[in-house]
Design a protein around this ligand. Structure first.
Ligand code: ATP
Ligand code: MG
Ligand code: FE
Length: 344
């Protein structure tokens, strides 16, 4: 099917067009520059930016894909989770378009989009699979039996998300928002063994109750204390070494638990998705550790890891192929939509 996907859950206005599993267009307008001086996304600012960006993004996507929007088979939009005021802009736009063009509308889970987007890069996903979802607001392990109909969360963070930890540590180091890409680059110049930072929920007694769960707030506090002590001692902060050592702690835990879960659930493949899946160290370390136990790793290209409209269209395309019913025009934004609800 030819599917239009609209994403507006946070600070990216995304419009994507796919035909089946083929990516035809993926226009992303980010309002990140407007949020930099606040050190995080300001919801009202994001909403207003979506309002002005959505129509031009729709026009550019149609032009790039060389399709007339009247010819699409379905329209899809992020129904949640995300910022309420941001979600409603995409949903209202999608409903207006669906009503005007008389097309079926699918309200899609943003998190499933992060996991499904790899389909557009590497084709059919081997099922069942174990997915590591690592983004700005979520960090979970998912047992994926069918990308369009059956996903179960088997573990998640008990405090901060991995992306949130990157953003907070960047702030501690005086680096700009968003912290993920900046720390990724700084870490490339640093020594990952310089400082041994804690690996959350990996002690024997934690593994009993939290084998597939994550915790990053203790790590963030450890970095803050270490940096503070350095400053008290009147010493320079070796930013690249701190970044590399922090990143090693995050990626060590993420990859160890993902491979453990994949083996526990007996799957042959691991999928990654979400903004942090763009991280260079996560990608190489997981590749090494998965290969060591004979498990295939599927990783979307970095540009598709962060928020975009194509990932929403990818989920809808699979749902349509699987015979999932459209959502109709009556659904509302759900800022806390659980990952098991793939289409609302
Ligand atoms: P959610 O998907 O949970 O609703 P979100 O949509 O805000 O949250 P994403 O857009 O998926 O999150 O990802 C943004 C996060 O990814 C930010 O925290 C950012 O710092 C992080 N990130 C982006 N690139 C990298 C990278 N190369 N390394 C580490 N983190 C990264
Ligand atoms: Mg963003
Ligand atoms: Fe996201």
């Amino acid at each position: 099917p030819l599917v239009l996907g609209i994403e507006s859950s946070c600070d990216e206005t995304g419009v994507g067009i796919v035909r089946g599993r083929t990516l035809l267009a993926n226009e992303v307008a980010s309002s990140v520059d407007l949020h930099v001086r606040f050190g995080g996304v300001v919801p009202e600012v994001a909403s207003r930016a979506h309002l002005s960006a959505i129509v031009p993004a729709l026009e550019r996507a149609a032009a790039t894909a060389d399709v007339d929007l009247a010819d699409v088979d379905a329209i899809s939009v992020t129904a949640g989770p995300g910022l309420m005021g941001a979600l409603v802009v995409g949903i209202a736009s999608a409903k207006a378009l669906a009503a005007y063009l008389n097309k079926p509308l699918y309200g899609v889970n943003h998190l499933v989009g992060h996991v499904a987007v790899d389909l557009l890069d590497h084709g059919a996903l081997p099922m069942p699979s174990l997915a590591l979802l690592v983004s700005g607001g979520h960090t979970s392990l998912l047992y994926v039996e069918d990308i369009a109909t059956k996903i179960t969360e088997v573990g998640s963070t008990i405090d901060d998300a991995a992306g949130e930890a990157y953003d907070k540590v960047a702030r501690i180091l005086g680096l700009p928002y968003p912290g993920g890409p900046v720390i990724d680059r700084a870490a490339a110049e640093g020594d990952p063994t310089a400082i041994r930072f804690p690996r959350g929920l990996t002690a024997r007694h934690d593994l009993e109750k939290h084998r597939f769960d994550f915790s990053f707030s203790g790590l963030k506090t450890a970095v803050a204390r270490w940096v503070e002590q350095r400053r008290l001692d009147g010493l320079d902060v070796p930013v690249n070494d701190v970044a590399a050592s922090f990143q090693e702690a995050v990626c060590d835990v993420l990859t160890a638990k993902t491979v453990d879960a994949a083996q526990h659930f007996g799957v042959n493949s691991i999928l990654i998705g979400g903004g942090v899946a763009a991280n260079s160290r996560l990608r190489t370390l997981l590749e090494e550790r998965a290969a060591a136990v004979g498990i295939e790793l599927r990783r979307p290209r970095p540009a598709l890891c962060t928020d975009n409209g194509a990932m929403i269209a990818a989920v809808a395309s699979e749902a349509i192929t699987s015979g999932v019913s459209p959502s109709g025009l009556d659904f509302s934004a759900n800022s806390g939509l659980p990952v098991g609800t793939i289409v609302v």
